[in-house]
Design a protein around this ligand. Sequence first.
Ligand SMILES: Cc1cc2nc3c(=O)[nH]c(=O)nc-3n(C[C@H](O)[C@H](O)[C@H](O)COP(=O)(O)O)c2cc1C
Length: 265
Amino acid sequence: MAQVDAASNVSDYDRFRELFTRRMSVRDLRADPIPDDYVEKILEAGRWAMSGANSQPWEFIVVREEQIKQQLVEAYVQENSEFIFWMEQTRLPALRHPQFQVEGDPAEQWEHLRNRLGAWGQAPVLIAILGDGRRQWGTVLGALTFGRHQSHLTDALSNAATLMHLAATSLGLGSQHVTIHIQEPFKRVLDVPDLLMIHHILPIGFAKIDRKPTVRRPLADMVHYDRYDRSKYMSNQQIVDYLYSLRGKTMAAYHAYRQHGRADE
Ligand SMILES: Cc1cc2nc3c(=O)[nH]c(=O)nc-3n(C[C@H](O)[C@H](O)[C@H](O)COP(=O)(O)O)c2cc1C
């Protein structure tokens, strides 16, 4: 039965819903320090995540040192983002990730953009989420076949991250997900052993600006009962139309930061 707090008449679910709808990616964080015990609480939430056969394939590096943060930002701009920027130029402009929808000569645009890509490095604390694929052997061998590859590993890391983002929100902090596409330079900065991977970096801190509430597709679009409801199945063409309309909605989240003279990730 749903738990309801007698004094406030608020159910656990209502409280939880308030939390997960309040959480949103905050890409402009203040450099002000955050209490040490907040970091501990966020890590503790990650520790309790679900994982295949409870193999717990995660480890975390808490980065506070300025020099290391700057080296991570450099790796992000020079290796990760440069690659992403140029790959995005191969797509139709309106379908590119909002951050990479530039006009004019791409080489010139890249020079402008690159200086603004590391805003997350200002966060007082970065948590690098690492995965140890060897721990995956805790689960069934079949989990790693037929195209599933590393999914048990990365699924577990995402679960840990989700709890950590929610924990950050519950503490009044902002957080974001910085995807690491090319791991090697980051591994060198953090001295991560070869057999481990860096999944992503989670910057946390107090938010600089208020952001508009985030949006989601309606539940009715994504839920089926008993069987897949084919009337909801989108053709390939509808998916492309959807991607155009998605860009129309997601640009705003990125523009919020641009208006404040910042780019975001
Ligand atoms: C797998 C994954 C990768 C993501 N990569 C990035 C990223 O590299 N940079 C970024 O700013 N946000 C990243 N995000 C955050 C999403 O952009 C964000 O969750 C989404 O736009 C919904 O917005 P919200 O988090 O504000 O609700 C990522 C999220 C996930 C789950």
